[in-house]
Design a protein. Sequence first.
Length: 144
Amino acid sequence: MKRRPDGTFDLDYDSETRDLVLTESLEVSVIISIGSDAREKVIGTLSLTPLNNGWWGDAVGDDFQLGGYVYRALQGKLAPATLVDLKQYVKDALKWMVDDGVASDVDVDVSIDEQVAVVLVTIAKPSAEPENYRFELPWKETLE
């Protein structure tokens, strides 16, 4: 996966072989986990209709959930209280990495830089150097 100049993400292909470019990095897993909307949970009632987006496969069982609830934070004003929620949503979206042993720890820090929420993620890997990622969420565009 690669980040385009406009900030969006796309699959990365080798121009000569036309094969997908593969890496040892967890970056694609982090992007998908944070950037995908998790399926809303319905407690106490069976619902086959998603309340909000989400991967259809999450309706099959409770063992695995793709994505997170970052979109909930994007609905509010960019304020310190919203950052508390945003941090928790990002940590929750990445929790599977620790549960599955892919990471020994996931650390998330969020801050405000003008109209942008900056999300810093550090993935501590059990047998390798930690991986650090920085994501910027332009708040003004989410409210227009």
